[in-house]
Write a protein that binds this ligand. Structure first.
Ligand SMILES: [Zn+2]
Length: 300
């Protein structure tokens, strides 16, 4: 079902009422039709309160239960507009911008909405990277000079994985990690990369156990300049510099360590869909992920 609006006008027409939004969410949530969570019945009536009631056992299900819209007191039409706006901002969305465009009463509300949407950008059970994958870490935020490449200080350490696609970059994964120990980095690789893939890293000791956990390992031991290091792992370094520029440009570098995860999710979502030709398609993907997300599970 890939019918999504191509323009703002189409969005306004297609999602003019909460009912239309709910119908659409229901089709995304149950692509093969309604399934009762109580008795696995396949037939349902829709109720006046916007619920689906199982025709067999009477169990009532809300299409928004367990999704980011679960506790939404505001109308779905407003949420759909928020998602359209967020996905049509080329360089990322700000809470102030969202507040303005939707006419939301408070900045705080806009901020909360934006964080919910960022959470929806991480698809649960998404595919892992495969083939050849470069992995490295980078320091983000916290202006602090010196201390060397892996000194953390006030900054946050972000692990980066980037697929090799010829000379280009395929999909990426990012995650904030505690430090550059094996205990921090190996779980990241295992979560981000398909076993059996060829993982390319620098000479850091922490990566030495990759073959023991099921990866082929190309360990590039580099002595010398920062330039030599970047040339050996060009894709992760390109991603790291784009990420830093994005954080500085869109968010003026004002990202606290505790909220960094959300921004990493947004960056990853945008980056991995950078070639989507239609803005509407991005909107569709976000919506699709929004109905799949369990708000209690993400970043728990
Ligand atoms: Zn039932």
């Amino acid at each position: 079902m890939e019918d999504y609006p191509r323009t703002l006008l189409e969005l306004e027409k297609q999602f003019a009422t909460d009912e239309a939004c709910r119908e659409y969410l229901a089709r995304l949530r149950w692509p093969k039709g309604f399934v009762c969570t109580g008795c696995t019945g396949r037939h349902a009536w829709s109720t006046k309160r916007g619920l689906w009631m199982c025709a067999a056992c009477g169990h009532q299900v809300s299409v928004t239960a367990g999704t980011i819209f679960q506790d939404a007191r505001s109308s779905l039409t407003l949420w759909f507009r928020a998602m359209w706006w967020v996905t049509s901002q080329k360089n990322g969305a700000s809470a102030l911008g969202l507040q303005r465009v939707l006419g939301l009463g408070s900045y705080r509300t806009a901020w909360t909405w934006l964080h919910k949407l960022r959470r929806a950008m991480v698809r649960p059970g998404r595919d892992r990277l495969s083939g050849e994958v470069e992995v490295d870490e980078t320091l983000v935020g916290g202006l602090e000079a010196g201390g060397g490449r892996r000194h953390i200080g006030k900054k946050a350490l972000v692990a980066v994985a980037a697929e090799v696609r010829g000379r280009a970059i395929g999909r990426i994964r990012l995650r904030r990690v505690q430090d550059s120990s094996a205990a921090s980095l190996l779980p990241f690789v295992q979560e981000a990369v398909e076993p059996g893939a060829l993982v390319i890293t620098d000479g850091l000791q922490s990566y030495r156990r990759l073959p023991a956990v099921g990866y082929r390992h190309d360990r590039r031991i580099l002595l010398g300049s920062e330039e030599a290091v970047e040339a050996a792992l060009p894709r992760v370094h390109r991603v790291a510099s784009l990420l830093k520029r994005w954080l500085l440009g869109t968010h003026h570098g004002a990202v606290s360590r505790e909220h960094l995860d959300y921004y990493l999710d947004e960056f990853t979502f945008r980056f991995n869909r950078r070639s989507s030709r239609h803005r509407g398609k991005l909107f569709f993907r976000l919506l699709e992920q929004a109905v799949a997300v369990d708000p209690g599970l993400a970043h728990a």
